[in-house]
Ligand binder design. Structure first.
Ligand SMILES: Cc1cc2nc3c(=O)[nH]c(=O)nc-3n(C[C@H](O)[C@H](O)[C@H](O)COP(=O)(O)O)c2cc1C
Length: 413
């Protein structure tokens, strides 16, 4: 039986000012307020006069359990703007209208949200949302450049359907879950992996038998996607090399899709010289059909009674030669018997810095589940057996180790 899902509250103890301005996407800010609150943050919502045309304070009050602010001059609380600015650990403006971008770029303080921006030392994320032509206008583009120069973070906009039909260029606000991911990255400050490049592999590979059939495996990619998302939250630039997976691309992560073990090897080898860490969570095929058929194999023609297989290139072995000095390589091993013993052998044979071992036969671990129970193996360190936990937490534990290994590599012996 799957264990009960305990809500993670990664933003507990953190205060976020959520600024909402007068765009049609303001309705999505309600979901953002809810998600931030569920993640544990205390959310202080500030609505502009424009925003009040689209959404009402009551929805935000009910979801955040906190008062919502709309005025620079509230009765009996003249220092509200300074208090909100000082107490915030992050400010998120979503949606950010063209008008508000202009006001912020000019350093105006003509309403509560603009004044909070000037007074705060917390990091600020803008999520622009507007008609694609308003976004493309040189005035808006100039304002966005100015905001980036000031040190504000810009998240989006995306290309996609706008309020009035299809937009041709960027203008659509990024989705609430992406905004929450950006808030998470912002709350972590510059992040322990800032300036680092992390390459993660995920999912299973497919080795063609003929143009429509393949040999695959049951990997969903979830473990690797969680590692990629967590590395990005910690400030890294992340390349995720993924076999076919139903999972959406994690926010902020560069996603390269591949199908075969050979494609995976080529992408990883090319990325290795620039990587500080390589986390190989993919379930790469060990064997592939030696002679894939050019045409679909026909049942009437007798089909195939035998399939000749050959070994695929070992992606991990290739890393031994192409990896950069001081980089960290993490492997995964899925075993069905003697997991730790076999893992120790693999650790040495492949020259890994860390091996994450799981036993596919354990309930709640391995493929197609959201939890995992793993043992972390490192040369010269005792085995660390982690309890059953969500894969997102396993990802954090792995990255804690990666950070330690990177720090150790940076210190001359
Ligand atoms: C129906 C409607 C939808 C609008 N949607 C947007 C929008 O998505 N993005 C934007 O920048 N402005 C939009 N505007 C214009 C803003 O509401 C207007 O510029 C307002 O002054 C913004 O005020 P604020 O930035 O102080 O909230 C819209 C206006 C209307 C009437």
């Amino acid at each position: 039986m799957a264990p009960p899902r305990t809500p993670r509250r990664p933003f507990r103890g953190r205060r976020v000012v959520l600024g909402v301005t007068g765009g049609i996407a303001a309705y999505k800010a309600i979901a953002v307020a809810r998600e931030l609150t569920l993640a544990g943050a205390a959310v202080d919502v500030v609505l502009t006069r424009g925003a009040l045309k689209f959404v009402r304070p009551l929805s935000f009050e009910a979801l955040t359990g906190r008062p919502v602010h709309t005025s620079l001059y509230p009765q009996g609380d003249p220092n509200l703007h300074i208090r909100l600015a000082r107490d915030a650990h992050a400010v998120v403006v979503a949606p950010a209208t063209a008008n508000f971008l202009a006001r912020a770029a000019a350093g105006m303080a003509d309403d509560l949200l603009a004044a909070v921006l000037l007074a705060t030392e917390a990091p600020v994320v803008f999520c622009p949302a507007m008609n694609d032509r308003m976004h493309a206008h040189p005035a808006t583009q100039g304002n966005l450049r100015r905001l980036a120069e000031i040190g504000y973070r810009l998240a989006g906009p995306a290309v996609g359907p706008l309020a009035w039909g299809e937009g041709e260029g960027p203008g659509r606000m990024i989705e609430p879950d992406e905004i929450v991911a950006h808030a998470g990255r912002t709350l972590e400050g510059p992040g322990p992996l800032a300036g680092r490049r992390v390459v993660v592999t995920a999912g299973g590979t497919r080795e063609p038998i003929d143009p429509v059939r393949y040999i695959g495996n049951r990997s969903s990619g979830r473990m690797g996607y969680e590692v990629a998302a967590a590395a990005w939250r910690r400030g890294a630039g992340v390349l995720l090399v993924s076999g076919p997976s139903p999972l959406p691309a994690p926010t902020g992560v560069e996603l390269r899709r591949i199908e075969t073990a050979e494609e995976m090897r080529a992408v990883v080898e090319a990325a290795l010289p620039g990587a500080d860490a390589l986390v190989m969570a993919a379930a790469v095929a060990d064997f592939r059909p030696a002679e894939p058929a050019a045409q679909k194999l026909k049942k009437e023609a007798g089909g195939v009674s035998e399939l000749r297989l050959q070994a695929t290139a070992d992606v991990l072995r290739a890393t031994r030669y192409a990896r950069r000095a001081g980089s960290v390589v993490v492997g995964f091993a899925l075993e069905t018997a003697d997991a730790v013993e076999n893992g120790r052998r693999k650790l040495v044979a492949k020259g890994l810095d860390l091996l994450v071992v799981n036993d596919a036969t354990e309930p709640g671990a391995g493929f197609e589940v959201e939890t995992n129970r793993v043992v972390l193996l490192s040369p010269g360190a005792p085995d660390e057996a982690l309890p059953l936990m969500p894969k997102s937490e396993v990802a954090d534990r792995i990255l804690d180790r990666v950070e330690l290994l990177l720090a150790r590599a940076a210190v001359p012996e």
